[in-house]
Design a protein around this ligand. Structure first.
Ligand SMILES: Nc1ncnc2c1ncn2[C@@H]1O[C@H](COP(=O)(O)OP(=O)(O)OP(=O)(O)O)[C@@H](O)[C@H]1O
Ligand SMILES: [Mg+2]
Length: 226
């Protein structure tokens, strides 16, 4: 089972949007998906309630109130996290994840917050989960704006403590598709491809990376001969 944590302590950056679209994408592909909502606002659970019974099913877990238990045949557990998540609560979610996606909005305030949060996550990873894969996604991007190019440049240049580049996977455009999907319990992958083609192309890089990250995590660790 894969466990993908969507996290950023900054409010409103797109955590629920990423989490619900990830859940919808894998459900449409016939995977068994659990969506765990750690946010007492319950936005992911509200999304699931709006989802029509005819859509591919997703198991909801109100994880802000209950222990995280998912069916044993779950292929993907997607964790939606609350804003202002730090310290011990953050550490517990990082420990559970094999993959972390961090959405960031194009604004100087969000970039500053992202800088601090990435350094907090990196410190935590070292202590609780050194194998977890982390990547960033720019969200709600308006092409050809100064804020968008600044964010692009910033995310593209981040290095991990090891000196390796922090993967910056994609920018997702600002699109009404996300707003319409959110209200109806849908992912953009459940709309006509012709309407969502630019969005699907942007997501393709995210799914490719998640796939590769999973293979890397599953590969046996090779010990170097001394
Ligand atoms: N790419 C996008 N294009 C258009 N609207 C978007 C996009 N991403 C997110 N939104 C909208 O922005 C708002 C905030 O997004 P979302 O709820 O996903 O953020 P969040 O990080 O989960 O917020 P919170 O910290 O409150 O949990 C929502 O109304 C959502 O529909
Ligand atoms: Mg949210």
């Amino acid at each position: 089972m894969r466990t993908i944590l969507v996290v950023n302590s900054k409010g409103g950056c797109g955590k629920t949007t990423l989490a619900t679209n990830l859940a919808g994408y894998y459900a449409v592909r016939g995977k068994n998906v659990a969506l765990a909502d750690y946010d007492p606002q319950g936005s992911s659970m509200a999304w699931l309630e709006a989802r029509h019974a005819s859509r591919p099913p997703i198991t909801g877990v109100e994880a802000y109130a209950n222990p995280l238990r998912v069916p044993s045949d779950t292929d993907y557990t997607i964790i939606d996290s609350p804003a202002a998540l730090h310290g011990r609560a953050l550490s517990e979610l990082v420990r559970k994840a094999d993959t972390i996606l961090m959405p960031v909005l194009p604004s100087p305030i969000d970039v500053r917050a992202a800088r601090n949060f990435i350094s907090e996550i990196n410190k935590l990873r070292k202590v609780v989960n050194a194998d977890v894969k982390l990547a960033t996604v720019a969200n709600r991007v308006r092409e050809n704006t100064l804020a968008a190019s600044d964010l692009d440049e910033y995310l593209d240049a981040i290095r991990l403590p090891s000196g390796k580049k922090l993967p910056y996977l994609a920018h997702l455009r600002a699109s009404q598709n996300y707003i319409h999907a959110a209200g109806r319990g849908l992912s953009i992958f459940e709309f006509a491809p012709v309407k969502t083609l630019p969005d699907r192309e942007q997501w393709a890089r995210i799914f490719r990376w998640i796939n590769q990250a999973g293979k890397a995590a599953a590969a046996p660790k090779v010990r170097k001969a001394s």
